[in-house]
Write a protein that binds this ligand. Structure first.
Ligand SMILES: Cc1cc2nc3c(=O)[nH]c(=O)nc-3n(C[C@H](O)[C@H](O)[C@H](O)COP(=O)(O)O)c2cc1C
Length: 201
């Protein structure tokens, strides 16, 4: 079976509280880079927009339909591109708040590209020490190369440094075989559950 059978549902999540945002620019650049090598349909969840719809909810049932719809998009994604600005040496509170509502088993084996932006290079390990364990908890396929970007990698809230563009390309190159095989596997399961005979593929 080919990965061209249906476009990949890619969901990008930006944990930034502001607009314009370097973090949002980063997830968009990464998603666009995926789109150059894979057929994807992408959807962006920007927490500066979604955040006010989450505020105050203590359980998922209390969330309004807009927020529930975004959670379902995350849970049904074939690929997640997640990024947060570093706030006080960690992800933003809203980023974690959003993922606290995500079903514990909905992201099992989902490929997740991890990314973050920060003012200081001293916080680059947020990807390894904070984002990777979170998606390890979800039993996701946290992709091998994450992307950390400094404020100085952007001009007017767009990626402008060549080094950052190269890091994005490297992350995509390393992610590609894993994302492709994950989609093939997922489609085989979906077709089997739909009663198709996939043994001849
Ligand atoms: C409340 C707050 C806390 C921050 N804490 C850190 C930090 O601990 N380490 C760091 O490297 N940058 C820190 N920054 C800088 C942001 O991570 C950085 O400017 C980021 O690119 C902002 O992303 P945005 O443009 O998407 O909002 C902080 C910024 C804010 C507003």
């Amino acid at each position: 079976m080919s990965t061209e059978s249906r476009p990949l549902r890619a969901v990008a999540v930006s944990g930034s509280l502001t607009a314009p945002s370097r973090t949002t620019a980063l997830v968009e650049a990464i998603t666009e880079a995926f789109g150059r090598v894979l057929p994807i349909e992408s959807h962006l969840i920007a927490l500066n927009e979604l955040g006010p719809h989450l505020a105050g909810a203590l359980t998922r049932k209390q969330l309004p339909p807009e927020a529930e719809a975004e959670l379902q998009r995350i849970e049904n994604a074939d690929l997640l591109v997640v990024a947060t600005p570093v706030y006080r040496a960690s992800f933003t509170g809203l980023f974690k708040y959003l993922f606290d509502f995500v079903d514990q088993y909905a992201l099992v084996d989902t490929p997740v590209l991890l990314a973050a932006t920060g003012g200081s290079e001293r916080h680059a390990l947020i990807i390894e020490h904070q984002l990777r364990p979170l998606f390890g908890f979800f039993q996701s396929l946290a992709l091998p190369v994450g992307v950390y970007a400094l404020d100085s990698d952007f001009t007017d809230y767009a990626v402008s440094s060549e080094q950052l563009a190269e890091r994005i390309d490297k992350a995509i190159e390393r992610a590609l075989p894993l994302v492709r095989s994950s989609l093939v596997e997922k489609e085989t399961v979906e077709r089997t559950l739909a009663g198709e005979d996939v043994s001849a593929d």
